[in-house]
Design a protein around this ligand. Structure first.
Ligand code: PLP
Length: 391
């Protein structure tokens, strides 16, 4: 069956060049990077080369990069590494669960830690003034994501960074969905901590990194050896780190070559064509800056999960932001935070493109989606043509 993958915000395929760069580290170059003999020195050099490439992508010093097992661990290290009993934290209602559930855990830990969740508006945007108003004398950390994983909407992180600097509060940003799609430079953002994940930038799953600004003291999450300058104990995942370094280097080249402009053009064509052909549909987060690859579209009168399955049966992979808990489909916390009705939030699909997608892939989706929506609406007791036309 012809298959098209438009779910690159979930994960991206490892690039052939990245796989080739990693291959020797599963074979001949197997040393433990902490060993002082030849085998260890070989892998140590590879880890440090990768650190330089990641630092170059983020515009920081190599020593400010801590390799982790992915975005979730980077977010956890930033939050639990900084926050102490009695501290106050500011975050937003649309963060990834790696941040949201970490903040919830802080609150329920009986340590007197309080968290303020700033809202977003109907465009999925945090208002920096809300962040400023939320600050208290004991605020230790503000953690606001750079790009939302469901809508792709870019948060005003530079302004938030300025507010945090003025107030002498640490600023962490989850840049997992921003890195490689737009320039991510820690100095421009003004952040102290920033998370990225390998598998969102064409490196393998299970590797990521946290930028830790020089002078920022973090309590480690793991205890063991003094790896990663005692910030993250555990023998390094050398092949994964080599993959991340190579993917970072290629991502920087692509950004310099304007590759993301081509992806944005494909995404815009997809959105325009679908909205042209489907009534009672619209883009969530439209009209604000977004990463170039993401389109989150609602199709009233259908269940998003049913549409995902229908499209998958025809060969198109997309996703919803909804989570299935205890048999019931919960509407996405991001879309409901934006003020979408629960039924509209459940009727929303995320299309996320990657560098491997072609114009033909987009044409395939443009053909398939309107027909599948029409078929599901015919079966839907909710669907009523008069309502659809007047909405
Ligand atoms: N943060 C965001 C915004 C994400 O989209 C994801 C993954 O979807 C993560 C964090 C978690 O990253 P990882 O899968 O590498 O743990």
């Amino acid at each position: 069956m012809h298959r098209v993958y438009l779910d690159n915000n979930a994960t991206t395929p490892v690039l052939p060049e990245v796989l080739e760069a990693m291959r020797p580290y599963f074979g001949d170059h197997f040393g433990n990077a902490s060993s002082i003999h030849h085998h260890g020195q070989e892998t140590r050099a590879a880890v440090e080369r990768a650190r330089e490439s990641v630092a170059e992508l983020l515009g920081c010093r190599p020593a400010e990069i801590v390799f982790t097992s992915g975005g979730t661990e980077a977010d956890n290290l930033a939050i639990f590494g900084l926050v102490q009993p009695g501290d106050h934290v500011v975050t937003s209602t649309i963060e990834h669960h790696a941040v949201l559930n970490s903040c919830k855990h802080l609150q329920f830990d009986d340590r007197g830690i309080e968290v303020t969740y700033v809202p977003v508006d109907g465009r999925c945007l945090v208002d920096p003034a809300d962040v400023r108003r939320a600050l208290r004398p004991n605020t230790k950390l503000v953690t606001i994501m750079m790009a939302n994983n469901e809508t792709g909407v870019l948060q005003p992180v530079q302004e938030i960074g300025r507010i945090c600097a003025e107030a002498d509060v640490y600023f962490h940003t989850d840049a997992v969905q921003a890195a490689s799609k737009i320039p991510v430079r820690v100095k421009d953002i003004g952040c102290d901590l920033l998370s990225i994940s390998g598998h969102k930038i064409h490196a393998p799953q299970g590797v990521g990194a946290l930028y830790v600004r020089k002078g920022t003291t973090l309590e480690p999450r793991f205890f063991g050896g003094s790896h990663e300058r005692s910030r993250r104990a555990g023998t390094e995942n050398v092949p994964g780190i080599v993959g991340l370094g190579n993917a970072a280097r290629l991502a920087l080249q692509d950004l310099e070559n304007g590759e993301q402009l081509a992806i944005a053009a494909l995404r815009d064509r997809l959105e325009t064509a679908i909205l042209d052909k489907v009534e009672a549909a619209g883009v969530n987060g439209v009209g604000t800056p977004r990463v170039p690859n993401t389109a989150n579209i609602y199709f009233d009168y259908i269940e998003g999960e049913a549409l995902v399955i229908a499209l998958d049966l025809k060969g198109l992979a997309v996703s919803t932001g909804a989570a299935c808990s205890s048999g019931a489909i919960e509407p996405s916390h991001v879309l409901t935070a934006m003020g979408l009705r629960p039924d509209r939030a459940r009727a929303s699909l995320r299309f996320s493109l990657g560098k491997q997608n072609s114009a033909d892939d987009v044409d395939f989706a443009i053909q398939l989606v309107p027909a599948s929506v029409a078929r599901l609406r015919e079966l839907s007791p909710l669907y009523n043509k008069t309502a659809a036309v007047s909405s």
